[in-house]
Design a binder for this molecule. Structure first.
Ligand SMILES: [Zn+2]
Ligand SMILES: [Zn+2]
Length: 175
């Protein structure tokens, strides 16, 4: 699905379409799209810029920040993005000024790829530290076992060795 910028000379364009997850080029070890992505958008020309507004909702799955088990997260996003043609930039030399403005993106040729918008919006919408549950115990940093599933002895050994001198002191004070 893409926006034909030439059509915007005539008037605004309203598009609805499904974006195949495979076309998003997301790293599947980092984020997996669950289900269909149906995007609704409106594109229009505003002076020399193209304004694209739209929305979509989809569930994604990503690894828990602590134990790496998959965590499901809903992405519900509304976007409002301005575009300028790369071609126009070369002519006007305004690129330095506009690139600092994060609201403006660039497109090549006559098309804006909707999958690029969706990809960016999904990445922006991902939780920073997703956890499978609030009390996720995570992986043991010593042996790598998932501590939600199986207890290991690494932690107690570690604590014991650190506490040993303290315990000696306490024992001495007692006797
Ligand atoms: Zn977890
Ligand atoms: Zn361990």
């Amino acid at each position: 699905m893409r926006i034909d910028v030439r059509e915007l000379e005539i008037g605004a364009l309203i598009l609805t379409g499904e974006i195949p997850a495979a076309g998003l080029k997301l790293d599947s070890s980092e984020v997996r799209v669950l289900g269909q992505i149906v995007v609704k958008l409106r594109a229009e020309k505003q002076a020399r810029e193209i304004r694209v507004r739209g929305r979509f909702a989809v569930d994604v799955e990503l690894p828990c920040a602590r134990c790496l088990d998959p965590v499901k997260a809903p992405i519900l996003t509304e976007f409002d993005q301005f575009y300028q043609s790369n071609k126009a930039h070369h002519l006007t030399g305004e690129i330095e000024l506009r690139e600092k403005d994060t609201e403006v993106a660039f497109f090549n040729g006559d098309f804006i790829e909707v999958s690029d918008i969706v990809r960016e919006q999904i990445l922006l919408g991902l939780p920073m530290k997703p956890v499978c549950r609030e009390d996720c115990k995570g992986l043991c940093p010593y042996c790598g076992k998932n501590r939600n599933v199986e207890a290991c002895n690494c932690h107690s050994v570690f604590v014991d060795s650190r506490l040993a001198p303290l315990l000696q002191v306490r024992n001495r004070m007692k006797f």
